[in-house]
Every structure is written in C-alpha cells, then in structure tokens.
Design a protein around this ligand. Structure first.
Ligand code: ZN
Ligand code: ZN
Ligand code: FE
Length: 747
C-alpha cells in the first residue's frame, strides 16, 4: 500500500492500565508494521505513549485495533488520542522509555503460558519443543522471579543464565514476541529440571517428566515446583492416594483444589456456568469454586463445592500431554497451614516423608505466591484468596500522597502499600500464629517496600486495633514514622467502599466475622455501622453479646460456642439425642459457671458454630470457618425452611428466641438442613430489617461471614443492587489491609 503523504496525519496516543511488562510495545510495533503506520512507541510514567503517522483512515483503524487486539495479559484502563503535527517519520520504532515509572506500572503479576508458546511447546521442529521454561512477553513469571526493580533480567532469578545467541537475538528484536521478555530461555541456555527421589539418582529432562507421569498414574504423591512455590500432586480420583496425602500432610478435612487437564474435564467435575468458565480461563488462572457434580473421596469432605483450575505453567501442560491423570489434586506443599514451600532446600526438608518424588526446576522462585481462589456469585466474581495472577495489582486509588503501609490482620494475612495514592495489595501470606508465616510476613513487608523504594521506618504504619495481634507487635518492630490502629470491622466495611473510591458515600455497613477486637476491648463480630470513610463509622447495632468459654478453643469446638449461646436457654440436657453433645459442652458450661477463661463476644461466626452444633456438627473443626461452611452446605440441600427471627431490641439483635426454636425443632424431628436454611434466611431478614430501620440508601457487607454464598443470594433477593460487597479483595481478613489504608488516609 502506497502511503498518500498529502493526506497523512499524526496522532499522539496515550494508553493507561496494565500495559507494561505484558508485551504491549512489541504488539504495537507489529501492528504498526502491518498497517504501515510510522512513528514510535515507548513506556512512560503513565503507561504507553505512541506517536503514529499514516493516512487518516489507517490511523482510525490502527487505534481501533490497539483496543481490539491488545495482548491477553494487558488491561487497558483508558486510551486517549489527539492530533499532532507530523514529524515525517520513515518507519516505526520502539524507543527507550523515559521518565520515572509510576509505581503501578513497575511489576505485573505472574502470567499463564500463552497460546503461541503452547503451540511451540508442542511443535517438534521448534527449538523450545517440550521445554518447560518457554515464555514470551505475553506470558510467564513476573512477580515470582523479580528480585529488584527495574524489572530487567539481571534483577530476576534468571540472572544466572546468560542468553545464547538465538535467544539474545529474539530478546533484542522489536518485531519478535520475545523482545525484552526478561525470563526468556531455551534448552541450550536456560534452566533444566530433574526428578528427585530419595536413595535414587536424579532423572533429568524428558525422562523426569515421563517418570513423574508414571508415578502419578500409580497413585504416588509428587511435589511439583510451580510459579510461586511447590505443589503436592496426586490423582484426584485415587482415594488411596488422596487419603495418603491427607495423612502425610496432617491436613484432616480442608478441601484440596484440583487441576484439570482442560475445561471439558472441569465440566465433568463441577457445574461451570458462563461466569465460572470465564474465571477459569481468566489471565490469573485461579482456583474457581463451583458446585460439585461428583464426589471424589477425600478431596473435599462434606463440601458441595469443588475448587478447580486449569494448567498454567508449561510443565503442567507437559504432564497432562504425557498422560498424567486428567484431574490432579494440586495443593500447596507444606505441612498443615504453614506457608507454601518455595525454596528447593526447604522443599526437600519439609516434604521428606510427604512426597514420593520432587519435580524440581532450576529457576529459583523469588517469593512464595499461592494460587488465588475465586467464585462467581450474585454480585459477580468474588475473591476468596488474592495471590498468584492477581498480586501485586493496584486495587484502589486513595486521595493521599504520603506513603502508607497497612499490616492487615492475623488470620489470612495480606499487607498493602499505598504509594502516590495507588494501593498495592500483597499476595496471601497466611495465619500469623505460625512462625514460618511470620517469616513470610516479614519477607513480604521488606520485599514490597524495597520494590517501591520505601523504608518501613519512614512510612506511616496502619495496623489492627488488637493489642495482642502478632501484626500489631510487628508494627512495633517496624517502627514507622507514625502509627495508627484501625478497628477490625470498620476496616472490613471500608474495604468495600475503597474498592469503589466511594469515600463520601454514607452507608449502613455490616461487618460480620469470627473475631475482631472491638472498641470496648471485647471480641466483636456482628457489627453494624452508619457513616462513611471520610466521616468515620459509628457502631449503631450489633449482635447481643454473650460470654463464651475457652478462649481460642471456643473457635475450635462448635459445642463450646453453643455452651455460651445456649446458657440462658438450655442449661443442661444437650447430651441426649438428637444432640449428643460431647463432654466439651459440659466443660464449656463449667468454665462459664466459674467464669474462667471466658470472654464476651458479639461474633456471628461463633453463632454459626453454635447453630451448626445444634444441627449435628459436634466435633472439632480442623480449619477456620469449617462449621459455618458445613451449615451452608446442609442448608443448600434443603427444599423448605423453618421460619426463625432475631428479636430487634434497641441496638441489639438477639438470637435467643431463634436458638430456643432450633432446639425445639430438632427435638421435634425437623431436618437439620431445613433448620439451617431457616437460620440463613433469618440472618438475611435481620439485615433487611435493620436496613429498613436506618433508611440509608447504600448497604455494605464485609467480613468472613459474607463468603457464605447462600447468605449472599438471600441478601441479593432482599436488597438487590443497593448492596455493595467486596469484588477485588477478599471479604475475609485478607481484605482488611485495604480498609485500614482507606481509613488511615482520611484522618
Ligand atoms: Zn508466551
Ligand atoms: Zn537460549
Ligand atoms: Fe475479620
């Protein structure tokens, strides 16, 4: 096509969003080549800037295609353009970036292997045929390999592998898909991998893969090094293998996630509606929770849902291509609830006696990043664990210029940084009761701060108001230029508003969870607030508090929570059918009588536990929220509901009448599921009744209780679009770091 220079024009195009480190410049270059557009592209502080010259219809088409054909990993927030004078450019080029990069464009989350790389992986004649470290600017690791910024190869864990001539050529060629792909490698110059078994020589290369497949097919447990840590894998359909994994990992009942070969295999296991399918294929490749169609023994005991994900590293694809079982349990390699192992030496030690073999790749992992967990719901996708593929994305913008660091809570810890008003939330870290998790916490604080050139002793630190929280003590350790404590449930409510930038929106906010330190020093968890982020939140209502026996044990034994909630209702006699409460119940009662180790709480989470105990969950829970999840599952199976209600009494909602009715109904032989459903609906009715009483247009819910999908559906039916929930950060304590920042930014 001959360019008509007389009619040629020029435009300046500015593109913001996730457009750096995702192959955007090579994409623009190739598109410009194709359309014979002249000019240049570069990364600047705000994103990508383009100067384009061509005839006007071509420029229109070029702009259109920039939007339509952008790389899968890119996410364009805005594309603006304005006419400019022509410079008489003769070709199109990629120019050196100028200006300081804004914090938001510095590092992208890790990306799944792309279609083009996957094709090459399977192409016999390709020089990266069956090479598990294949990647390009559209795919591959990012956050998990970066050691320092700027994001250049010498600052990644790939620095130990100098590029061979062909790789170097691709890396330097702007028209190549691997132009400036920092982790680029090939079998000649890149990392290798081996299969290790104790007392046997290591196997390398393709033989390692073949042996891993053979072991998995035979029911063995294989540790597989992935993007952000090691997974323990076994055949999900092999009940013996799954049981062995549980026993060796000391993981009693918490569900395992499953990696399926492809979406078709996912559909054999779960109901995959359009939105869940979209999440499954999404660029984060998360674990998607969906309704189970089958029961796989031991995978997700007592759970109507299964968590499924697609392969996301080349290695995963090679395993499935090689004939690995089409559904693999893929669980974080650790003992119990410790953080995922990510260093080879730690993995060898920690997994000794758990894994039968380790599939170890040489490329080091810079930091642990677990799989993310998401679920589709009545208000769109929700995030239950924000980690690989999602961290470290910007989740909110705050009107504050000074840097802030929020330390989150002690359970499901995640931290957040606010730099130049941009909030970056870390990956999921874990429960800070474990020493290794505290180490991971410290590494993450130090790592994120270093990445954004912050010294923790210079920034304002925000933490939970609980004086005994580990994260609070860590705040002492870090120092900081200033310290600020934010009440737990206000942080939950604020997190929802911060995601939307709604700092002045006056809301009725519900913070329902298991435990959080209250203004009065008691443990809260059933709190209702009126107010806004800017004006602050006033506690206007709450669950009627009760004394619970046994400190932490109250959360482990639902019958102990029941002893507290039933104190006025059923002083004795819970040991007979249908209740059959174990001795723990009496123990709890005695502790209450003698007033030893009991504490006052308005926790809805513990109320769920008490109702679960009345419905038959009388054993010890093995993970947080288990009894509530169980109660939701049995309620889902019910076709009718018993009618219950909370009594609104001043600023309290009182469950005593409801609990007495549950006891009566159980004795009368009503199905536990029918009772459980009635309880869920009563809670939704109470929220609706409080909404009516306060008459505030906007309603917000957050806190671990609202991960309950059944409760959310009931609320959607009552409140519709007036209700706002968390979309980007978890409703559980993984999201409070965002709320902490939002409230601290407005003081
Ligand atoms: Zn690729
Ligand atoms: Zn090479
Ligand atoms: Fe909480």
């Amino acid at each position: 096509m001959a360019v008509n220079s007389e009619r040629a024009g020029a435009v300046r195009i500015a593109i913001t969003g996730v457009v750096q480190g995702v192959g955007f410049r090579p994409f623009v270059y190739r598109l410009a080549q194709r359309l014979e557009v002249r000019g240049w592209v570069l990364n600047d502080a705000r994103g990508v800037a383009i100067h384009a010259e061509a005839d006007l219809p071509t420029l229109d088409y070029f702009i259109d295609m920039l939007r339509r054909e952008a790389p899968a990993a890119a996410s364009i927030a805005a594309l603006t353009y304005e006419p400019e004078a022509t410079h008489g450019c003769r070709r199109f080029e990629i120019r050196e970036s100028h200006g300081a990069q804004s914090p938001t464009t510095r590092i992208s989350p890790d990306l799944p292997v792309c279609e083009s790389c996957l094709r090459e992986l399977r192409e016999r004649t390709d020089r990266r045929y069956r090479y598990p470290y294949i990647n390009c600017t559209n795919c591959g690791p990012r956050y998990s390999i970066v050691l320092a910024l700027p994001y250049d190869r010498p600052n990644t864990t790939m620095r130990g592998w100098p590029l061979c001539a062909p790789c170097a050529r691709e890396y330097a060629d702007p028209s190549d898909r691997r132009f400036h792909a920092q982790p680029v490698a090939c079998p000649d110059c890149g990392p290798k991998f081996t299969l290790e078994r104790s007392h046997e020589p290591a196997i390398a290369g393709d033989d390692a893969l073949a042996e891993a497949v053979r072991l998995l097919r035979g029911g063995a447990i294989v540790a597989i090094k992935g993007i952000g840590g090691y997974h323990l894998a076994c055949d999900a359909r092999n009940a013996t293998a799954v049981a062995a994994l549980r026993a060796r990992k000391f993981r009693k009942e918490r569900p395992f996630a499953i990696m399926v070969r492809d979406a078709a295999k996912a559909r054999e296991l779960v109901v995959l509606d359009a939105e869940s399918a979209k999440l499954l294929h999404g660029i984060a490749r998360p674990i998607v929770l969906a309704k189970a169609l089958v029961t796989l023994a031991g995978v997700a005991p007592d759970n109507a849902e299964l968590g499924v994900m697609l392969p996301y590293t080349p290695m995963h694809h090679l395993l499935f291509d090689g004939g690995a079982p089409t559904a693999l349990v893929m669980t974080s390699a650790n003992r119990s609830s410790e953080p995922i192992a990510f260093r080879d030496e730690d993995a060898r030690t920690m997994l000794d006696g758990i894994a039968d073999a380790l599939l170890v790749g040489e490329r080091p992992i810079a930091r642990r990043v677990d799989d993310s967990v998401v679920r589709a719901g009545p208000y769109g996708p929700t995030v239950l664990r924000r980690s690989r593929g999602l961290a470290p994305h910007v989740v909110a913008t705050l009107p504050v210029s000074r840097p802030l660091l929020a330390l989150g809570g002690d359970l499901k810890n995640a931290i957040a940084l606010c730099i130049e008003g941009q909030v970056i939330v870390s990956q999921h870290i874990g429960d800070l009761e474990h020493v290794p998790a505290v180490e991971a916490f410290r590494e993450t604080v130090a790592g994120l701060c270093a990445m954004y050139d912050l010294d923790p002793s210079d920034v304002e630190i925000v933490h939970d108001a609980h004086p005994q929280y580990r994260s609070t003590r860590e705040a002492d350790r870090l120092g900081g230029s200033k310290r600020r404590a934010v009440q737990h449930h206000r942080a939950h409510v604020a997190s929802v508003l911060a995601e939307r930038g709604a700092f002045d929106e006056r809301v009725l906010g519900f913070g329902f969870d298991g435990t959080g330190y209250g203004d009065d020093g008691t443990i809260w968890g059933g709190e209702v607030f009126a107010g806004s982020i800017r004006a602050g939140f006033e506690r206007v209502a709450h669950l009627r508090p009760v004394p619970l026996p046994g400190g932490d044990a109250a959360a482990r034994f639902p019958v102990q929570a029941a002893a507290g909630f039933l104190a006025d209702i059923a002083p004795n006699g819970m040991h007979d059918a249908p209740f059959d409460f174990p001795e723990r119940y009496t123990l709890g009662q005695r502790m209450l009588e003698r007033n030893v180790r009991s504490f006052t709480t308005s926790s809805i989470g513990r109320l769920f536990d008490a109702v679960a105990a009345l419905c038959g969950f009388t054993r010890e829970v093995t993970f947080e929220g288990q009894a509530a999840m169980w109660l939701e599952q049995i309620a889902r199976g019910a076709t009718e509901a018993r009618g219950y209600r909370f009594v609104l009494d001043g600023d309290q909602f009182d469950p005593r009448e409801l609990l007495a009715a549950v006891v009566t109904d159980r004795r009368a032989g009503y199905e536990p599921g029918t009772i459980a459903l009635g309880f869920h609906l009563a809670l939704a009715d109470t929220i609706a009744a409080l909404d009516k009483r306060f008459g505030i247009e906007r309603v917000v819910v957050s806190g671990g209780v609202f991960q309950n999908a059944l409760l959310l559906e009931a609320l959607a039916a009552r409140l519709g679009p007036r209700l706002w929930i968390n979309r980007l950060v978890p409703a559980n304590d993984g999201g409070i770091c965002l709320g902490q920042l939002a409230l601290a930014a407005h003081v």
